[in-house]
Design a protein around this ligand. Structure first.
Ligand SMILES: Cc1cc2nc3c(=O)[nH]c(=O)nc-3n(C[C@H](O)[C@H](O)[C@H](O)COP(=O)(O)O)c2cc1C
Length: 207
């Protein structure tokens, strides 16, 4: 068997033991959205609490975990809940640029999303989401002080009112998605860019 045949046979054997996206870029983006949708459905999924990053007024990055509430693969959006008085919500006034990061060591997948961020308050959607929320989840929106305010005593915080006035939806619209799959047979890295190509036609990158 020639050198190139041997290399091609080895490539086929390796690919057989890997997920179907291993050497097929058309399967990568659907797998990425499947992973994120699982994060919405399953609170035990590692996609349930990605890291969301914003930029502060000086352009310095700020990251925190957030619960992923909804995903729309057609609109390329991710939905989060937050307090309109929070630092992250205020940061959106100076920069709408953000990033969302996922990693699942079992799936061996990292997703790095570059996003446009927007905040929605007192809308049809915030009303709907607030209506479906459990009472215990509403409590954190009922604090008399804004999240991040300095306090001398943690007991100083009081929970008053309905809380809806502080409730906001943070929507991340994905502009670029970078996929990394870890494998001892060789890692796979791909990029999908909606701002340039419409997103669907991904490109492999050197891992
Ligand atoms: C597992 C986990 C899930 C969280 N989910 C949310 C969330 O859905 N919304 C939110 O505003 N903060 C959430 N937080 C708290 C944030 O990480 C952060 O501490 C808080 O929102 C204040 O962030 P900020 O000062 O940058 O606005 C979560 C924290 C953890 C550890």
């Amino acid at each position: 068997m020639g050198e190139s045949n041997r290399a091609s046979k080895k490539k086929q054997e390796n690919a057989c033991e890997e997920p179907e996206f291993y050497n097929d870029i058309t399967k990568v983006l659907p797998a990425a959205w499947d992973f994120m949708e699982e994060g919405v459905r399953d609170r035990h999924s590692l996609a349930h609490t990605p890291v969301v990053s914003t930029l502060d007024v000086d352009g310095k990055p700020n990251s925190r975990c957030m619960v992923l509430r909804a995903v729309d693969r057609q609109k390329t959006t991710l939905v989060f809940h937050t307090d309109r008085r929070s630092i992250k919500a205020n940061e959106l006034k100076s920069s709408s640029q953000g990033a969302v990061l996922f990693y699942d060591p079992k799936r061996k997948i990292q997703l790095r999303l570059r996003c446009g961020l927007s905040l929605d308050t007192d809308s049809v959607e915030t009303n709907e989401r607030w209506g479906k929320m459990r009472e215990m989840s509403k409590v954190c929106y009922q604090s008399n002080l804004a999240p991040g305010d300095p306090i001398s005593d943690p007991e100083q915080v009081q929970f008053l009112g309905e809380g809806f006035e502080n409730f906001a939806i943070l929507t991340a619209t994905v502009k670029r998605l970078e996929w990394l799959y870890l494998s001892f047979r060789g890692n796979r890295r791909a990029i999908f860019d909606w701002s340039r190509t419409g997103g669907e036609d991904g490109k492999w990158l050197v891992p």
